[in-house]
Design a protein around this ligand. Structure first.
Ligand code: M6R
Length: 374
């Protein structure tokens, strides 16, 4: 088929570069699923395998860029910002590089300290979020270098970046970020391991993680569905975790809020006692994101503090405890990969709670898939 693009006013032919986007029509249908959201959750094992398919030379170039920059700031909104917070831990733990995460709507207020020695990494599913674009424009004006982690090919953020890594997870139709969030995390893993010259190792381990998720999905669906039925009448949930699990807890709370309209807060478990614990009443659900890593004993003890004030504890992890009223077991993986395992039960719990409460998880009220206003 031949196509010609002409200028409407002059009628003259315009030369445009034609790019093929590799997204099939299958990904724009629900297939046999009730909602896009559940379809997209179930696509995640495959999304991991697609996200790790990055060009090694580009990964190394970007990893070196990150390591050499005087300061690195990651900027994003909503779920993408929580993925960025996870990335921040990974850069520090695996790559030995400290960086900061600034939410894009606040980015401009830090613009004074941005200069040509700053590297700004934008994270965005749509690549069109106005707050992110605004921050990047300001950073560009100050001479900063821009990298981005984006899903939509050739989106505005992708085009204005010096380097881009695409998520490769296909279109995400549900308003809630699920497979895009997970894919953003995977990109952070692979970039962090690239800083350590261990790309192949990362690919091998992430493939194993993907297989474990695939295996555990039927159990996780069944368990979260049961817990959703038992907790659907509650109006406040708290999500706690320490270290990297705090960012995972925050994402769980956001998913629940936007889909089921239940009030939810995610916070570092150690912070509860500084105020929020006053809100715990009989039957308040507290979700402890608590895999068996070095944060396990302390998070458990914080969960127990809420239990003694009446909370119902939902533990997510690979080690059971008498503290938990409900337990969502994840598969054992290396500590560093726990966030990937823990986020799936959170997504499913939010999904089933929305469905139990009669809400459409694909179209939460007041929300848009791409937020193009400031
Ligand atoms: O397209 P972006 O990743 O830039 O979007 C950022 C947020 O608007 C987005 O993650 C939002 O928080 C989602 N609804 C979360 O599920």
């Amino acid at each position: 088929m031949e196509m010609k693009i002409v200028d409407l006013e002059t009628g003259k032919k315009k030369d445009k570069i034609i790019k093929t986007i590799e997204w099939g029509s299958k990904s724009a249908t629900k297939e046999n699923h009730e909602h896009f959201m559940i379809k997209e959750i179930l696509e995640q094992p495959q999304a991991i395998k697609q996200a790790i398919m990055q060009d090694d030379a580009k990964l190394m170039k970007m990893a070196i860029g990150i390591l050499r920059s005087r300061q690195v700031i990651i900027t994003a909104c909503g779920s993408s910002r929580y993925a960025a917070l996870i990335g921040r831990y990974l850069f520090s733990k695996i790559g030995g590089k400290f960086c900061d995460v600034v939410m894009s709507s606040e980015f401009g207020y830090f613009a004074d300290s941005i200069d040509k020695n700053t590297l700004v990494i934008a994270v965005s599913q749509s690549g069109e979020t106005a707050d992110v674009l605004d921050g990047l424009n300001q950073a560009k004006e100050k001479g900063a270098e821009i990298y981005s982690i984006v899903n939509v090919v050739d989106s505005t953020i992708a085009r204005m970046s010096d380097e881009v890594l695409y998520l490769n997870c296909g279109p995400e139709i549900g308003v809630a970020a699920t497979k895009s969030f997970l894919s953003q995390m995977i990109i952070f893993y692979i970039l962090a391991f690239a800083m350590n010259n261990k790309i192949d190792y990362a690919r091998k381990e992430l493939t194993k993680v993907s297989d474990l998720i695939e295996k555990s999905l039927p159990y996780t669906m069944e368990t979260t569905k049961k817990i959703a039925k038992l907790t659907k009448k509650q109006n406040d949930f708290f999500y706690i975790g320490r270290g990297i699990n705090f960012a995972v807890a925050s994402e769980g709370a956001l998913k629940l809020k936007e889909l089921s309209y239940i009030h939810a807060e995610g916070m570092p478990a150690g912070e509860l006692k500084h105020g929020t614990i006053a809100l715990i009443e009989d039957n308040t659900p507290v979700v402890a994101v608590n895999p068996n890593d070095n944060t396990y004993p302390e998070t458990l003890s914080n969960a127990e503090e809420t239990k003694s004030r009446g909370a119902v504890i939902i533990g997510i992890g690979d080690k059971e405890s008498h503290v938990y009223d409900y337990f969502i077991k994840i598969e054992k993986v290396q500590d560093i990969f726990y966030p990937i395992m823990c986020v799936i039960p959170e997504q499913l719990l939010a999904y089933f709670l929305a469905v139990e409460r009669g809400k459409n998880p694909d179209k939460p009220r007041n929300l848009a898939k791409s937020v193009t206003v400031k």
